[in-house]
Ligand binder design. Structure first.
Ligand SMILES: NC(=O)c1ccc[n+]([C@@H]2O[C@H](COP(=O)([O-])OP(=O)(O)OC[C@H]3O[C@@H](n4cnc5c(N)ncnc54)[C@H](O)[C@@H]3O)[C@@H](O)[C@H]2O)c1
Length: 241
C-alpha cells in the first residue's frame, strides 16, 4: 500500500514541485490549497487528490483531515508549504495584515500538525513532518518584512517543539528554509528588489522548486529517519560568514 502524504499549498510553485517529487517516490499525495482550478489541473496525475481548503480556517482543516482519515485510513507525512509574503513597510502594517500573515504562514501549519499527529498514530516506521520555512527568519540583509520573518521563526520553534514532543513516537519534524526560489511568489517583489536579491545568490541565479523538493523527498525517504528538530538552510552558501 502507498504511503500517504499531505502537501499544503500544493498548487503553488514549490507545492507542485514537492507533489511531483513525492508522487515519483511512490506516495499517494493529498494536496490542500485555496486554488481549486490549480488542484483540478493537478488531479490528472495518478495518485494525486486535491482538496480545496482555506488553511486559515481551523474547522475547514479538521474537516479535510477527517476526510483523509476516511479515504486513506491514516497519514505518513505532512509538508506544511502553504504561505505568502505581505510586503507593507513596518510602521504601516495594519493589524489585519499581521493576522493574515501569521494565519497563512504559521497557524495553518499549527492546525495541520494538530490533525496530522492524530492520523499518524499507529502507522508503520518513522512518520515525517516538513515545515517550509524561509531564510528570511535568519538573514536580515535581504528585503523580507518583519511579520513574514516572525511567521517563519514561529514555524521553526513549532518544528523544534514537536520534534522533541514526538521523538519517542517516531514522528520526525524538520524545517527547510530556502532563499530565493523561482515561483509565482516572486510577483510580490518589484523588479529592482528581485534583481538585487537574485544578484546576492552565490551561483548567480535563483534556486529552482525541484531543487528544494529534492530535499523534502530526502527527508521523507528512509535516509531522513534520523533527522528531527533541524532547520535546514538552502541558499547556495549565501549567508556563511
Ligand atoms: N519562493 C521563494 O523564494 C521562497 C523562499 C523561502 C520560502 N518560501 C516559502 O515556500 C512556500 C511556498 O511558496 P511558493 O514560493 O511556492 O509560493 P506560491 O505563491 O507559488 O504558492 C503558495 C501556495 O499557497 C496557497 N495558499 C496561500 N494561502 C492559502 C490559504 N489560506 N489556504 C490554502 N492555500 C493557500 C496558494 O494558493 C499557493 O498555491 C511558502 O511557505 C513560502 O513562504 C518561498
Amino acid at each position: 500500500m502507498s504511503r500517504v502524504a499531505v502537501v499544503t499549498g500544493a498548487a503553488g510553485g514549490l507545492g507542485r514541485a514537492i507533489t511531483a517529487r513525492l508522487l515519483a517516490d511512490g506516495f499517494a499525495v493529498i494536496g490542500l490549497d485555496l486554488d481549486s482550478d490549480g488542484l483540478t489541473d493537478m488531479a490528472k496525475a495518478p495518485g494525486f487528490t486535491g482538496l480545496t481548503v482555506d488553511l486559515t480556517d481551523a474547522a475547514a482543516i479538521r474537516d479535510a483531515f477527517a476526510r483523509i482519515r476516511s479515504d486513506h485510513g491514516g497519514l505518513d507525512a505532512l509538508v506544511n508549504n502553504a504561505g505568502t509574503c505581505f510586503m507593507s513597510d513596518f510602521p504601516d502594517i495594519p493589524a489585519e495584515e499581521l493576522a493574515a500573515q501569521m494565519g497563512v504562514n504559521f497557524s495553518s501549519a499549527f492546525f495541520c500538525c494538530q490533525e496530522a499527529v492524530k492520523l499518524m498514530a499507529g502507522r508503520e516506521g518513522v512518520r515525517k513532518i516538513v515545515n517550509i520555512s524561509s531564510n528570511g527568519a535568519y538573514n536580515f540583509d535581504v528585503f523580507d518584512p518583519p511579520h513574514y520573518r516572525a511567521s517563519k521563526a514561529a514555524m521553526d520553534t513549532l518544528t523544534k517543539d514537536l520534534a522533541r514532543r514526538y521523538a519517542a513516537d517516531k514522528i520526525a519534524v524538520n524545517s527547510i528554509a530556502p532563499a530565493m526560489t523561482e515561483t509565482p511568489l516572486f510577483g510580490v517583489l518589484t523588479p529592482e528588489v528581485l534583481a538585487k536579491a537574485i544578484a546576492q545568490m552565490p551561483h548567480g541565479r535563483a534556486m529552482q522548486p525541484a531543487e528544494i523538493a529534492a530535499w523534502v523527498g530526502f527527508l521523507l525517504s528512509p535516509a531522513g529517519d534520523v533527522s528531527s528538530g533541524n532547520v535546514i538552510i538552502l541558499n547556495q552558501g549565501r549567508d556563511v560568514r
